[in-house]
Ligand binder design. Structure first.
Ligand code: CP
Ligand code: NVA
Length: 300
């Protein structure tokens, strides 16, 4: 039973297939699988706009159903163990997507689930976002293999998924963050052949074909927001910084964005911005991902 808790759960060739399929489904939505009588369960412990709408729309467009619940309005909020929840829900639905704080909770759910489990964002990883980012790059610039990507800002869940993506999709990744905000040391060490760490945004973006950032305080870190404004003040991505990248460099942001903080308003609003394509591609990649995972037989 394959789950999708991180990009490492699927062979790189299958990730490529999902991205190619997403591009095909975007061009011709009628090609999508018929998921009549299939149900996707969504368990969200954190806020979401794109991820939830993309999953629910994907299921609706494939004639399946989705059931959304927050931790608070389920028995999880009253202390029912995640293992029991997994056993019960996975006897009813065909796939489950979970957005949570603690990544270990996803692993515990998956270990007791009869059906595929998707990480819809945890504190550590956001693999669904990367499928959309890769689709967006491929659509605008062709293959990402051999390219250089610069990540500017917090070494957060999206950044950590970029580290996994660098290996899976064969690109170089330069991570530029203030001291104390690096991604996990083990992850960096494991991917040391293609991932580097630096402190100077201008040097990190030089000749990069893709520049990426994300909020300075992720969900769950709200209390640190004010302090982080100061720490990250030299790490804003704007048109001036981007002008030091490769001539046709793309800028991406998973959204929601904080204008005037990690990204300037003018960069986000530029005519040539691909961030809206990137957001739309959440739908196409998540549709392709559901198709892929549902092709498996449920565990006995
Ligand atoms: N990028 C992303 O995951 O957005 P949401 O938090 O709105 O789902
Ligand atoms: N790093 C952000 C991503 C939101 C989609 C967060 O975890 O809040």
């Amino acid at each position: 039973m394959r789950h999708f808790l991180t990009l490492n759960d699927l062979p790189p060739a299958d990730l490529e297939t999902i991205v190619r399929r997403a591009i095909a489904l975007k061009a011709e939505p009628g090609l999508a699988a018929d998921l009549r009588r299939k149900t996707l369960g969504l368990i969200f412990e954190k806020a979401s706009t794109r991820t939830r709408i993309a999953f629910e729309t994907a299921m609706a467009q494939m004639d399946g159903a989705s059931i959304f619940m927050t931790t608070g309005d389920s028995q999880l909020g009253r202390g029912e163990p995640i293992e029991d929840t997994a056993r019960v829900i996975s006897r009813m639905v065909d796939c489950v997507a979970i957005r949570t704080f603690d990544h270990a909770l996803l692993e515990r759910f998956a270990a007791h689930s009869r059906v595929p489990v998707i990480n819809a964002l945890s504190n550590d990883f956001h693999p669904c976002q990367l499928l959309a980012d890769i689709q967006t790059f491929v659509e605008h610039r062709g293959a990402i293999a051999g390219k250089t990507v610069a990540w500017i800002g917090d070494g957060n869940n999206v950044c950590q998924s970029y580290i996994n993506a660098a290996a899976a999709f064969d690109f170089r990744l330069r991570i530029c963050c203030p001291p104390g905000f690096e991604p996990g040391a083990d992850l960096l060490k494991a991917r040391g052949d293609r991932v580097s760490l630096s402190r100077e945004p201008a040097a990190a973006v030089r000749d990069a074909e893709l520049v990426v950032t994300d909020v300075w305080a992720s969900m769950g870190k709200e209390k640190e927001s004010t302090g982080r404004l100061e720490t990250f003040s030299g790490f804003q991505v704007n048109s001036e910084l981007l002008s030091g990248a490769a001539p046709d460099a793309l800028f991406m942001h998973c959204l929601p964005a904080h204008r005037g903080e990690e990204v300037s308003a003018e960069l986000l609003e530029r005519e040539d911005s691909v961030v809206w394509d990137e957001a739309e591609n959440r739908l196409h990649t998540q549709k392709a991902l559901i198709e892929y995972l549902l092709r498996q037989k449920p565990a006995p």
